[in-house]
Ligand binder design. Sequence first.
Ligand SMILES: [Zn+2]
Length: 481
Amino acid sequence: MRWKPGVVFALILLAGAAETAFAQAQPLQTQPQAGAADFEKLYIDALGWLQGMIRIDTTNPPGNEMAAAKYLADILRKEGIPAETYESTPGRGILIARLSANSMPDPSRALLLLGHLDVVGVDRSKWQVDPFGAVIQNGYLYGRGAIDDKGMTIANVAVMVALKRSNMRLTRDVILLAEGDEEQGGQAGMKFALDKYWEKIAAGYSLNEGGRAILKNGKVQYVGVQAAEKVPVDVTVTATGTSGHGSVPVPDNAIVRLSDAIGKIAAYQTPYQLTPVTETYFEQLSTVIDPEIGKWMRALDNPVRSDLAQKKISEASPVWNSMMRDTIAPTMLNAGIRPNVVPSEAQATLNVRLLPGNSIDGLLLNLKNIVNDPKVAFHADTSVGEAAPSSSLDSELFKTIQQATQEEFPGVPVVPMMSTGATDSAYLRLRNVQAYGLLPFPLTEEDTLRMHADNERIPLDSFRKGIEFLYRVVSDFAVAK
Ligand SMILES: [Zn+2]
């Protein structure tokens, strides 16, 4: 996912201390008519595959994802699952594999499992083990991508293999896409796959990264399923002024003008807005979270108290704040060529995240009025993100996830989420795919915060439980009863 680790902190701040062993987990009963996939063997195989994947350095840039795609293709072919790799640019590309239900595939019913092959960079000096060594220590597998996103990719592969080994009769095709370049926008990955191979991956439903199974005191507190994501737009703010010699300053200074504008923008509070996904998110979350904040979540639909409730919730967490409104984060500055030269122009970049359905034009108009300076111009680059609709909370797949969660973690609610960061699911939603983010591994706050950070790791029993949970969702959805 394209976001900063700290962003999720507040979301699970109330989740509390690390633990293993899932008190309320129900062991997976193999399907009565199944060839009984041996989950012990599958887990051991999958652990080896994940270690193999982590040892292939796919840091993006440059990516090098083809090596990982070929590694997965070998695994799948050995299991008798047809798999193809496609190169987008030298050394980069995607893998596609498919389990067919019957001779007449119906894309509108098919399920697409996604996982990206690339990882973000590492600062080796900050790691206690080799980030690409796939070292197991104290019940954890360490490595860049252990969670984001090689753990998920291997869980997808394991589910495909389990379906194949147990010779399940499928009622719909199950397709696997492992794409490169997720962390840098998808040109060499998702966009390539959609442009060149849509007919090979076309599906009505998909599962991808983006959700959370939050672990607290040895119990899964809730399963967050991402059904929407905010839309990233980069806005360039350009201020102009009179250039000249640094020893003769004049009031019309581009940098001063820009600073004034950024100050006004930073003070601007966009209006609160709830979407169907965030309404349900807060409603569901209020049932399992600290009652002190839960009461305000329940007050969101009370016309008298909703303003105060929104204020209380957004003050309690920057993530909740970001889920309830369009956000504007100044991220870059660019001005000046010499210390003794007053520049004629100064620029800043704002990373805007719009709620689904909101337009950048409306927001820019407000910013222009607030800044109210004819020598400050705004330019929006909308190519960085996709204005995708949200996925339905009534779809067959969402209901299956709810059912499987009850089977796996009885009494644990499924909480639909809108992620503040972007994933490749957005591209699919634009093609009418009911796309959901489900990271099936029960994780504590501490472990979740290691994504994109130092010493990323996955607890071995969470990895195992995640495979079983994902298998339950996929088999409930795609296997004949
Ligand atoms: Zn990711």
